[in-house]
Write a protein that binds this ligand. Sequence first.
Ligand code: DAH
Length: 340
Amino acid sequence: MDKFEELKLKAKEEAEKITSLKIIGDVKAKFIGKNGEITALLRGMKDVPAEMRAAFGKQVNDLKEKVSAIFEKKESELKAAETEMKFQKEAVDITLPGKLPEIGSLHPLNIVKNKIIDAFTGMGFEIFEGPEIDTDYYCFQALNIPKDHPARDMQDTFYINDNVLLRPHTSPGQVRTMENKKPPIKILSPGRVYRADDDASHSPMFHQIEGLVVDKGVSLCDLKGLLDEFVKVIFDKDTKTRFRPSYFPFTEPSVEVDVSCCKCGGKGCSLCKNTGWIEILGAGVVNKKVLEMSGIDSDVYSGLAFGLGIERITMIKYGISDIRTLFENNVSFLKQFNRR
Ligand code: DAH
């Protein structure tokens, strides 16, 4: 009986010392495995006197059950501790702010383009998009720029052959519209244009928006009114416009339109080169020859037209000094325009 008690205590002691589930099986086997001490007791049954054998066998089996229970208890304690550790390791701090998913933003050129389109569609303009590869006729001749006319030097054009070219401006949109639509006409023609030009303020590919209004009694006053309204939407409500005489073969009279500097409000700063004004677009009253060439009776109808560069307006609006930053797709630059 002492031997039984001793074995039980020994099993208890050894079980207590176990710190890992990995060795528990081995320690347990030392007692109740095939070669364990308690198993050996059963094997020694044959030496027990016959009348005591039954009682002895019962005692050994009791002991075996008790020792087995000791190890089972230990095993479940270790398992629980291990699970607890795992939970702690993988714990998530639910009080931390969540990670926001990355959301893209519109490119600054699209932001400005959309604003311009909004401003004019609000005044009843429709959108017309023409082809980027166009003919000499639509890009020049129908705009009163005959072959070999010096005004062709105003644009450094990429020619594909003598007759086909990458449009150097969106003005052919005027001609295509007038050929297909009867007045009243009120269209906006946005799109890519191409010129052999490349420096901090010129890009071989850039974007323009053309505007054309043809109706009875349209005059330079209407142009002034339209553009006054437009600049207030694009810049701010105190922005003023100024017309300066200019020359374009497709308009007569022609003007360059300046806006009061959006940075200094007209006092003079580096952006406006101390003049208080910034040039933003070309415009004018549509040349009668242009109306006639596209089949519109210039004795009945008159028109006004304007053309602006989206890059130029974007650079002025956001204070961007190099046009190339608009095409580099540098994410840190573009993220500044995320309006979330
Ligand atoms: N097509 C001209 C350019 O690219 C811009 C322009 C000026 C368009 C006057 C017009 C206009 O419609 O009336 O420089």
